[in-house]
Design a protein around this ligand. Structure first.
Ligand SMILES: *Cc1c(COP(=O)(O)O)cnc(C)c1O
Length: 409
C-alpha cells in the first residue's frame, strides 16, 4: 500500500488511500440503489489476515500447490502476487489478457493443455467484476483450482453473481478499501476453510491501531483525537527507538507489522498464521460499506465526466458498470510519463499499476499487459477524498493532460 508518512507533523495534501475519520462509521446513500452491492465477505467462510498476498499463499496451500507445480498468473499483475507462488516451490506461468484486462481464454487453454498446472489466479482489475463462468468451466475440465483475486474488488457483482463466489477461493486486500494499516482476507463460498489463525501479539496490535491514527492525523483528519493520542504515539516512537538501539548496528529490528503495509512486495511467511489486528477487524465490522461503495462510485463518475472532452486520454472502460465499486479511476494517457511527472509536482498521488512487471514478462509475453503498464494512470477515487480534494485533483489532472498534449502538438 502506498502509505508513506515520513513525519506525522507534516500535513500532506491528498491521501492516496482511505484515511480514518468518524464519517467512516456513518451510513450514506439509500437502500436499494447501486450502493447496495454485496461484499466479498457476505455468505462466505472468511479468514481475516494481514494482507492479500498472505491470503494468496493460504489459498495456494489449500489447493495443494507444491514443488514443481505451475500456477497461472495474469501477465498484468501486482508484483506481490508472485512471491507466494514461489514460496510454495511452484513456478508462475503468465497468461495473456485482452486490452480491457479480461483474461485471454485461448491462451489459458493452451497453457492448461500443456499440463502441470495446479492453480489459476484471475484478477478483477480496478474493481470491475469480470465474467468468470467460462473460465470456471475450463478450470474444472482440467482439474485446476481457481483463485479469484479480489484485491481491487471488495464489493460487487456481475449478472447477479457476487465477486468471490466463482473461485474455489477468493482473496481480498482490505487495506485497499478500508482506513486500516494492515488487512487482507481469504474467503470461500465453495469450501470450508481449514485455516487456524493466531493473534499477532501486543506490539502488532498497538502498531496496527496507532499507525491508522497517525496516517489520519497526517492528512488533517480527526483533529480532536490527535491531542488525545499524542501520548500513546510518543510512547510508540520511544519504544520503537529503544528496540532499534537495543538491536544494535546490523542486528535485525523485530518487525511489529508486515512489510506488506509499507509498499513492499515481499511475502513473509511469518504472517501466514496471524490474524488481522483487533483494530482492523473492528473497522471492517463497523465501517459503513454503503458509504464506501456510494462515494467511490460518485468520485469515479465525477472524474470521468469532468475529464470528458479533455484531450490526451481515454478511460480504460467506457462505462462504470452498476455492479462495480472501483479501486481507482484508471485512465490511459497518450503521454503518461509527462502527465505523471506533472501530477507528482502538483502533489497528486497516482498508482501506476503494472508499470513494473515480473522479470521476463514483457511485450513478447503479452503486448496488452506491457501497453497497460506503460500507459495507465490510476487516480484515487476512495471514500475519504473531501470535495475540495476531489476538485483539486480534477483541476490538476486536466491541467497535466492539457499541458502534455500541447507539448507534443
Ligand atoms: C495489492 C494486490 C494484491 C496483494 O494485496 P496486499 O494486501 O497488498 O498483499 C494482490 N493482487 C493484486 C491485483 C493487487 O493489486
Amino acid at each position: 500500500m502506498p502509505t508513506t508518512v515520513q513525519d506525522r507533523s507534516t500535513r500532506l495534501s491528498i491521501p492516496p488511500v482511505p484515511v480514518l475519520s468518524l464519517a467512516a462509521f456513518a451510513s450514506q446513500g439509500g437502500a436499494g440503489d447501486a450502493a447496495d452491492l454485496p461484499s466479498l465477505l457476505d455468505g462466505a467462510d472468511v479468514r481475516l489476515v494481514s494482507s492479500g498476498r498472505i491470503a494468496i499463499g493460504l489459498a495456494l496451500g489449500a489447493l495443494g500447490v507444491g514443488p514443481g507445480d505451475i500456477v497461472l498468473v495474469p501477465a498484468y499483475h501486482s508484483l506481490s502476487m508472485i512471491p507466494p507462488v514461489l514460496w510454495h516451490g511452484a513456478s508462475a506461468s503468465f497468461y495473456r489478457i485482452h486490452p480491457d484486462t479480461t483474461a485471454d481464454l485461448e491462451d489459458i487453454g493452451v497453457r492448461l493443455a500443456a499440463g502441470g498446472v495446479r492453480a489459476l489466479i484471475v484478477t478483477h482489475f480496478f474493481g470491475i467484476p469480470q465474467e468468470l463462468s467460462a473460465l470456471r468451466v475450463l478450470c474444472e475440465r482440467h482439474g485446476v483450482g481457481l483463485i479469484e483475486d479480489c484485491a481491487h474488488c471488495f464489493f460487487g457483482e456481475r449478472n447477479g453473481v457476487t465477486i468471490g463466489s466463482t473461485g474455489d477461493f477468493a482473496i481480498g486486500s482490505s487495506m485497499k478499501f478500508f482506513p486500516i494499516y494492515e488487512g487482507g482476507c481469504l474467503v470461500s463460498r465453495r469450501r470450508s476453510l481449514d485455516v487456524t489463525l493466531r493473534r499477532g501479539g501486543p506490539g502488532f496490535e498497538a502498531k496496527a491501531a496507532l499507525s491508522a491514527f497517525e496516517t489520519s492525523f497526517a492528512y488533517g483528519r480527526l483533529p480532536g483525537m490527535r491531542v488525545a493520542l499524542s501520548l500513546p504515539l510518543r510512547l510508540k516512537s520511544l519504544l520503537w527507538n529503544a528496540l532499534k538501539s537495543r538491536a544494535g548496528a546490523g542486528a535485525p529490528v523485530p518487525a511489529l507489522a508486515p512489510a506488506s503495509s509499507d509498499s513492499a512486495f515481499e511475502f513473509d511467511p511469518y504472517w501466514l498464521d496471524k490474524r488481522s489486528s483487533i483494530f482492523s477487524r473492528f473497522v471492517l465490522a463497523h465501517a459503513s460499506r454503503q458509504r464506501i461503495v456510494t462515494l467511490r462510485r460518485r468520485h469515479y463518475l465525477a472524474m470521468q465526466s469532468a475529464l470528458d472532452g479533455v484531450p490526451g486520454w481515454r478511460p480504460l472502460w467506457p462505462v462504470l458498470p452498476d455492479g462495480a465499486c472501483p479501486w481507482v479511476f484508471p485512465l490511459l494517457a497518450e503521454c503518461t510519463d509527462a502527465v505523471v511527472e506533472r501530477l507528482k509536482e502538483a502533489g497528486i498521488p497516482v498508482v501506476r499499476f503494472g508499470a513494473t512487471l515480473w522479470p521476463g514478462v514483457d511485450a513478447a509475453v503479452c503486448a496488452n499487459s506491457a501497453a497497460l503498464g506503460r500507459q495507465l494512470i490510476g487516480l484515487p477515487c476512495h471514500q475519504d477524498l473531501s470535495a475540495g480534494e476531489l476538485a483539486a485533483m480534477i483541476a490538476a489532472v486536466r491541467a497535466a493532460l492539457q499541458a502534455s498534449t500541447l507539448q507534443t502538438a
